[in-house]
Design a protein around this ligand. Structure first.
Ligand SMILES: [Mg+2]
Length: 209
């Protein structure tokens, strides 16, 4: 199921390559879709090398290494490092639940904050990833089904991307155009939502099987 979800996320990134390039073209250098597609293809090839039974930790590790080794730009290395850090913090046989997802997104956010020296409100992927992390916090999940928790996280991610339209970029290439970036979605935030939405769809389907 981890593998199915990851492959779905890879397909989603490949499908949205042109859309992500267009977003990046408005406020950056127009290569985010290309970089993400390169990472997705590398991740797909890395997964093919893994054992059928590979769990979450191994999948995250393989994807992190593949993305780091193959993707340039600003977002690629951040994603690669974030996936590798997520792999480091999860247990070998962890269940896919809110607690595990909180652990993963906490690690990813911390790694991206450290390397990118960015925070919420800077118009980056963190504007999607931090709301996802927060939605998995124990106090926000009490008494809810896993399906409802995923819906809540996906909605928070979508709202996070909408938020990036309302603010000026303070990090990366887009920062150089400042207020002119208002009205545009951040491409990195968009790719984070695309990946997360695809993962959620597979996880939700698996709950109904
Ligand atoms: Mg770019």
């Amino acid at each position: 199921m981890v593998r199915d979800a990851t492959e779905a996320a890879i397909r989603a990134v490949l499908n949205e390559k042109d859309f992500l390039n267009e977003l990046d073209d408005k406020i950056g250098d127009g290569d985010h879709g290309l970089n993400m597609a390169r990472g997705a293809q590398a991740a797909h090839e890395a997964l093919a090398e893994l054992d059928e039974e590979a769990g979450l930790k191994e999948v995250l590790q393989a994807v992190g290494e593949a993305v780091t080794a193959n993707v340039g730009g600003s977002a690629g290395p951040l994603y690669g490092a974030a996936f590798s850090e997520a792999a480091r913090v999860v247990d070998e046989d962890c269940a896919l639940d809110a607690a595990t997802l909180e652990k993963i997104f906490t690690a990813m956010v911390a790694e991206i904050q450290k390397r990118g020296n960015a925070d919420r409100g800077d118009k980056t992927m963190l504007d999607v990833l931090i709301p996802i992390r927060d939605s998995f916090a124990a106090e926000n999940c009490a008494g809810k089904s896993f399906e409802d928790i995923l819906t809540q996280a996906r909605d928070a991610a979508r709202d996070g991307l909408e938020f990036t339209k309302t603010i000026a970029a303070r990090k990366g290439r887009a920062a150089s155009i400042g207020d002119k970036s208002i009205g545009c979605e951040d491409p990195g935030a968009a790719s984070s939502l695309i990946i997360f939405r695809a993962l959620c769809a597979v996880w939700k389907d698996s709950l109904r099987e």
